[in-house]
Every structure is written in C-alpha cells, then in structure tokens.
Design a protein around this ligand. Structure first.
Ligand SMILES: N[C@@H](CCC(=O)N[C@@H](CS)C(=O)NCC(=O)O)C(=O)O
Length: 224
C-alpha cells in the first residue's frame, strides 16, 4: 500500500513532521521518501517543482494524487486508511469538533512561533525593531498560556483523553518550542505533554535526524 507513496521532506520542518507522524500512525511504513536539504535549496529542484509549484516541503504523492499541504495530506491519510492503525479523527460530533478546533488553532500557534524564531529571517535588516520582536514574543507567550489551559488535566492529549489528529498536527510545533529553548518550568503542562509524547513510537520513528545528530538546544525562547 505504502509502496506507491512518495514523500519529499526536510528535517525539523513541522509541516513535514506532521505527515510523517500520520504515516506512522496509519501503519504506512515503507513509503518512498527523500530527505532534502533546505540549505542546498533542494526543495526548489525540478523533481519537487514538478509536483509542487511552490517548491515547498512536504511534497507528497500517493499514486497520482498529489498532496502538498500537510493538513491536506493528513486528512487524506486518515480518510483513505480509516480502518488502519490509529483512529485520528473521532466520529462523535463533540469529540470531532474539538479535534478540528485544536488542529486549526495549531496554525495560529505555529505562525506565532515562527514570528519569533524566524524574525530575523522574515524581516529584512534595517526594518527590524526591538519593539516588534518583543510584541511577537508577548503574543507567543499569550498563545502558550492558552495551550497550558487546554492541557490542565494530567495525562491529557490536545483534544481530550485520546491521541488524535490534533496531536499529529501540533506536536511538531511544541517540540520546536523546546528545541528553541522554551523553559519547562514556565509552561509545566505543555512540558509534561511534550515529555509524554516524545517517546511515542510514531514520533520517535520520525524524530528530525539533524536533532539527533545535534541535540544542543538553542535559546531564542528562554525568556518567553
Ligand atoms: N502550508 C504548507 C507549508 C509548507 C512550508 O512552509 N514548508 C516550508 C518548510 S517548513 C518550506 O518548504 N519552505 C521553503 C520555501 O517556502 O521556499 C504545509 O502545511 O504543508
């Protein structure tokens, strides 16, 4: 089944990691994959551009079906392999609503993270303002407080008592927070959630290889 799947991905990229976790959860190991280097601009190679005109990763193909958006690929995998591996989207209306809600809130969360850790990359030199970066940091801190609230119940996943697509989507953002130096003592619920999930088989199997080679965390978020 997974033999006619192809994934182009980059190490540490949250959108790529989402798709890889979903593939693992749906027991689709054995798919064809190519790890590309952003540094070497391999995501702009003709091979990628032929299926993704934006030249972004992940770029994913199942047979003739192209899914270059991480959310689209995750939804597709759950829908096409509904009865295989973990059930990631519950059927009950209340449970399903919460999973969708948290998944899409995950977009805002990820944007706020990027606005801080990639500030210098996003904003050209000369246009950077200490006050703007400070505002982005405050927005990220406020966002984190929301997720602390969602995780009040010990042992809880992001959308209730079971692992779901919300975790597939948002865990890579949370892992990046700690990679960039978020202090566990400031966000104990988010930290406990991270500790609970980091050894889950689907997550361990897809852990960014360059993080394994270089486990040194950075400190951009230590004051958040
Ligand atoms: N909306 C896309 C975003 C994909 C994306 O931004 N990928 C980044 C890596 S994290 C990328 O390829 N950046 C290179 C570029 O935009 O040229 C998704 O969720 O899959």
């Amino acid at each position: 089944m997974a033999e006619n799947m192809n994934l182009y991905w980059g190490s540490g990229s949250p959108p790529c990691w989402r798709v890889m976790i979903a593939l693992e959860e749906k027991k689709l190991q054995g798919y064809n994959q190519k790890l590309l280097s952003f540094e070497k601009m391999e995501h702009k190679s003709p091979e990628v551009l032929s299926i993704n005109p934006r030249g972004q990763l992940p770029s994913f193909k199942h047979g003739d079906n192209i899914l270059n958006e991480s959310y689209a690929a995750c939804f597709y995998l759950e829908s096409q392999f509904k009865h295989q591996g973990s059930k990631l989207i519950p059927d009950g209306p209340a449970e399903q609503a919460l999973v969708y809600q948290r998944m899409f809130e995950g977009l805002t969360f990820y944007d706020k993270l990027c606005a801080v850790i990639y500030y210098e990359w996003i904003v050209p030199e000369g246009e950077r303002l200490e006050s703007a970066l400070k505002r982005n940091c405050q927005a990220l801190a406020a966002e984190l407080q929301l997720w602390e609230g969602y995780l009040q119940k010990a042992g809880s996943y992001l959308a209730g008592p079971s692992f779901s697509m919300a975790d597939v989507i948002v865990f890579p953002t949370i892992a990046n927070l700690f990679r960039f130096g978020l202090r566990a003592e400031r966000y104990p619920k988010v930290a406990a959630y991270y500790a609970m999930l980091k050894d889950r088989p689907s997550i361990k199997a897809s852990w960014p290889p360059h993080w394994l080679e270089n486990p040194n965390e950075q400190d951009a978020l230590k004051e958040i």
